[in-house]
Every structure is written in C-alpha cells, then in structure tokens.
Design a protein around this ligand. Structure first.
Ligand SMILES: C[S@@+](CC[C@H](N)C(=O)[O-])C[C@H]1O[C@@H](n2cnc3c(N)ncnc32)[C@H](O)[C@@H]1O
Length: 163
C-alpha cells in the first residue's frame, strides 16, 4: 500500500515480538508506524480518527480464543469508534457469512459488501470475480448457492460505517 501512495498507516498487534519484527523488517518504509496495542481497547486512538481499518486474521484470532464472542464484540465496537463516519472496515477472514454476518450486524451499524478471493490464485476454473460483490442474504445461504458448500476462498467483508 505504501508503494501505491498511502502515506500514513498505523499497524497494531498485541504481541511485542510481532511489532518489533515488523519494525525491523520495514525500516525502509517510514510511512508505516507500528504500535503494540490490544484491538479490544484502542484508547490510544481518538474516536473518528481513521478513514479505514484493515483486519487480516485478527478477528479470526479472537474468535479462536476464550470468551470469543465478547472479545469479538469489544473489537468491533472499538473499530466502529475509531472510524470516521462512512469509514471502511475491511475484514479479511476464513469466516463464511453464516459465521460472520450476524456478528457484524449485531455490533455496529454497517452496510456490508462481501467479496471473495480464491485461495489458489491461477486455478484453471475461476469461481468468482474479486471486484464483483457476492449477493449477501441474512443467513448466508445465497453465498452457498452461488459458490457451493465450503468454497476454497478467503472472504473479504467491506463494511461501511453508517454515521
Ligand atoms: C492470524 S495473525 C494475522 C497477522 C497479520 N494480520 C497477517 O495477516 O499476517 C493474527 C494476529 O492477531 C494478533 N492478535 C491477537 N489478539 C489480538 C488483540 N487482542 N489485539 C491485537 N492483536 C491481536 C496476533 O498477535 C497475531 O499477530
């Protein structure tokens, strides 16, 4: 993203090992700031201060631990708080709509578009165009009908905060 012109990016992780490793890896990218922080309690950030939040695997990680539902709700509340109105939360996850849609709808006020990217890029059979949103109904059954059961994809939820 820095190479595409994004100048001001803050990256957080709860692990100081991760933060130190990333700082070391990207010393040549001063546009990337790294901070050790718990995504459930981002009091170091003002409300309404970010245009976008990108999450690849962090919500998934919380959902694998103890008190998963409560921790996920805390995280999503904090994401909603730090985003500006009409800000975007991009959630990249293993979770199909039947596991993620209700959670997203319960915590926060979003309009949600779902995209999918195949895990094995370059396969001869192409399942779905990344830029084309997958129709999303309440139960997630529309996705199953269109893509089949357990499709080999990563799910990308593009959630716009309704101000
Ligand atoms: C699946 S990894 C994804 C890492 C990175 N986003 C990537 O795509 O390579 C999940 C990360 O979430 C971090 N994590 C887990 N719980 C967290 C929390 N409460 N606050 C911030 N980061 C957390 C872990 O330390 C881990 O680095």
């Amino acid at each position: 993203m820095v190479d595409d012109g994004y100048e001001d990016m803050v990256n957080i992780d709860i692990s100081s090992v991760v933060i130190e490793a990333m700082q070391k890896k990207y010393t040549n990218r001063p546009q990337l700031k790294y901070m050790k922080m718990d995504v459930r309690e981002m009091s170091g950030f003002d409300s309404h201060s970010f245009n976008a939040v990108i999450d690849k695997g962090t919500l998934d990680s919380l959902l694998c631990g103890h008190n998963s539902r409560q921790n996920a709700a805390k995280m999503l509340e904090e994401v909603g708080r730090v985003l500006k109105d009409k800000g975007i939360y991009i959630l990249i996850t293993y979770g199909a709509p039947s596991y993620r849609s209700n959670l997203l709808k319960e915590v926060g006020s979003w309009t949600i578009k779902l995209h999918v990217i195949e895990k094995l890029v370059g396969k001869s059979e192409h399942l779905w165009e990344l830029t084309n949103p997958v129709p999303l109904d309440n139960e997630g059954s529309s996705t199953e009908t269109l893509l089949g059961r357990n499709p080999d994809v990563h799910y990308i939820y593009v959630c716009t905060k309704v101000g």
